[in-house]
Design a protein around this ligand. Sequence first.
Ligand SMILES: N[C@@H](CCC[C@H](N)C(=O)O)C(=O)O
Length: 279
Amino acid sequence: MTDTGAKTGLPFMKMHGAGNDFVVIDSRGRGAQVTAGLARALGDRNRGVGFDQLAEITDAEGADFGLVFWNSDGSQAGACGNATRCVSDHVMRGLGADAVSLVTARGALRAERAADGRVWVNMGAPQLDWGSIPLAREVDPLHLPLPGDPVGVGMGNPHCVHFVPDAEAVDLATLGPRIEHDPLFPRRTNVEFAALISPCRIRMRVWERGTGITLACGSGACAVAVAAHLRGLTGPRVVLQADGGELEVDWRDDGVWLTGPVARVFDGVLSPEYLAASR
Ligand SMILES: N[C@@H](CCC[C@H](N)C(=O)O)C(=O)O
C-alpha cells in the first residue's frame, strides 16, 4: 500500500544553494506525494515551512532518481538548477558516489561533486528558438521586442534577461511581475537583471516566476551567462554574483554547467493533520 503519511506524517529536508531555498520530499518507493495544494500551503513562510521551490524526488527508470519542481504559488517548473544541485548532493552522499544521473521534465541530466565540495550539474543546451523558450510569436530571442532590449533564453524554463548598468537601481518588485505576465510569454517567465562587472563576472538579481524575488536562481544564472556570451559581453565561463552568493556557469559543447554551494539545513516531518488539511 502507498504510504501517504496519513498516520506517521511525511518527512522532508530543508536545503539551500546560495540562499535559493527548498523543501525536498523523497517520494521514492511510495508514489507522488505532492499536490499543487500542498505546495502552496508548504510554501507559505508563516503557515507552512517556506521555500522558493519544493523538489520532489521520484523513482526514474534508467537514472539514479527523478525530480519534479513546484513553485510556492503551486505551479510546476521544468527546471531548477540549484535544487538539482542540492538534491544531487544528498543522493550522492546516500550512494557514496561523486556523480549521479537524474531525470527532470527537461530530460536526462548529470551532476558531479567538484573537488572543493561544490556540486556541478549539466543543465543541457540552452533553448534559443522562440518556440522552445517559449514565446507567443516568432521574434528574435536575442532582441525581444520589450523595453530594455532583453534576451530570451530557455533552460527547460523561460528566462527574460535584461542587461543594465546598475542592477541595484532596478525596481525588481515592480518590474518583475509586470514582465513575468507579459503576453509575449505564454507560460509566464523568470526575469533577470544583470550588470557586467568584467568579462568573467556579472552581478545579477532575479524575479522568479511563481515565487517572486529570490536570493539566487541556478537556471537564471545559466540564462544570464548564455545571454551575455551571445551578446559578446563575456566568454563562455562566468561567475554570477547573486544576492545570496556566487554561482559559476561554464557553457561547454556538451551543455551549460552550473556549480555553486549546497547546504542541508534541517530535517522535519509534516504532521498527518497538516497533510490532511493541505492536500
Ligand atoms: N530557482 C530555480 C528556478 C526556479 C524555477 C522557476 N521559478 C520557474 O518557474 O521556472 C533554479 O535554481 O533554477
